[in-house]
Design a protein around this ligand. Structure first.
Ligand SMILES: Nc1ncnc2c1ncn2[C@@H]1O[C@H](COP(=O)(O)OP(=O)(O)OP(=O)(O)O)[C@@H](O)[C@H]1O
Ligand SMILES: [Mg+2]
Length: 239
C-alpha cells in the first residue's frame, strides 16, 4: 500500500534572499498510515508556511508531495483540499449566519449538508448554546475558531492541518477540541499535523513530533522519545 502522505525534499526560498537563502529546505517525512503528529518549533521557522504548502494554498520552490501515491501537482486544488484540509489560527468567517458558514463546504463540493453530523460536532466543541441564525462575523475569536474547525470537519478530510487552532480558547474548550480530534482519529482514522506552542498539548494529542529548527526538520521521533530526551535539555522550552 502507498503511504498516506509523503513529503520529499521540500524547500521554500526566503523572500528576502539577502537575509537568508531559504526559509526551510529538504524537509522529508513520510506518514505511512493515519497518525497524530505535533509540529513544533520556534516562531518564524515556517510551520504555518509548510502547512499552507501541504494544503496547496502556497507554492513550493523544490520538492514533491504525495497523498496516497498521487503527486500534488497532478491533483486539482479543490479535490486536494477535500482530503487535506488546513485550519488557520485566525479563523475567517464567510458573510452570513453560522448556518451559512457550516453549509459552505457542502455547497462548494456539491455534497448534501449533513446537519446531524454538524449538530453533533458543534455540541462536542462546546457550542451547542449558539443560535445558528446569528451572524458569524459577530462571534468571539474562540467561537469563530471552533466554527471554522467544524466547517472543515464537515468535509470529512483524511488529513487535517491544524495551525494553533486552540490558541484563543479557554482550558475547558481547548480540552473539548483535543478530545474530539483524538476521537476522530481513533474512530474515523482522520490523521492530523497540529502546530502548537503548547508543550502539554503536544504531549496529550500526538504520537509523533516533527520539530523544525534552523530551516530543517531537525527531529521526527515518537512523542515520548522527544520529550524524554529533552527533559534535561535547555532546548526543551524553545517551542
Ligand atoms: N517565502 C516565504 N513564505 C512565507 N514566509 C516567509 C517566506 N520567506 C520568508 N518568510 C518569513 O518567514 C516567517 C515564516 O512564518 P510562518 O508563519 O510560516 O512561521 P511559523 O513557524 O508558523 O511561526 P509562528 O510560530 O510565529 O506562527 C515569517 O517571518 C515570514 O515573513
Ligand atoms: Mg504559524
Amino acid at each position: 500500500m502507498k503511504p498516506l502522505f509523503e513529503l520529499k525534499q521540500l524547500t521554500k526560498k526566503h523572500w528576502d534572499a539577502q537575509e537568508k537563502k531559504e526559509l526551510f529546505s529538504d524537509i522529508t517525512a513520510t506518514i505511512e498510515r493515519p497518525e497524530r503528529i505535533a509540529l513544533l518549533g520556534k516562531s518564524g521557522q515556517g510551520k504555518s508556511t509548510l502547512l499552507r504548502i501541504l494544503a496547496k494554498l502556497d507554492s513550493i520552490d523544490r520538492g514533491k508531495i504525495y497523498f496516497n501515491g498521487q503527486l500534488m501537482n497532478e491533483v486539482d486544488s479543490r479535490r486536494w483540499r477535500m482530503n487535506i484540509c488546513y485550519v488557520a489560527q485566525q479563523a475567517t468567517m464567510l458573510p452570513g449566519t453560522i448556518t451559512d458558514n457550516l453549509m459552505t463546504s457542502s455547497k462548494i463540493h456539491n455534497r448534501p449538508f449533513e446537519e446531524d453530523f454538524a449538530r453533533q460536532l458543534i455540541k462536542e466543541v462546546g457550542l451547542d448554546h449558539l443560535d445558528w441564525e446569528k451572524q458569524a462575523g459577530n462571534l468571539s475569536g474562540g467561537e469563530k475558531q471552533r466554527i471554522a474547525l467544524v466547517r472543515s470537519l464537515l468535509l470529512r478530510p483524511k488529513i487535517l492541518l491544524l495551525d494553533e487552532i486552540t490558541a484563543s480558547l479557554d482550558q475547558q474548550s481547548k480540552e473539548l477540541v483535543e478530545q474530539l480530534l483524538v476521537k476522530l482519529y481513533e474512530k474515523e482514522k482522520i490523521a492530523f499535523i497540529w502546530v502548537t506552542h503548547d508543550t502539554e498539548q503536544a504531549k496529550n494529542i500526538s504520537e509523533r513530533i516533527w520539530y523544525m529548527e534552523d530551516g530543517k526538520l531537525a527531529s521526527d521521533v515518537k512523542t515520548s522519545e522527544f520529550f524524554g530526551d529533552r527533559a534535561s535539555s535547555p532546548k526543551q522550552v524553545m517551542l
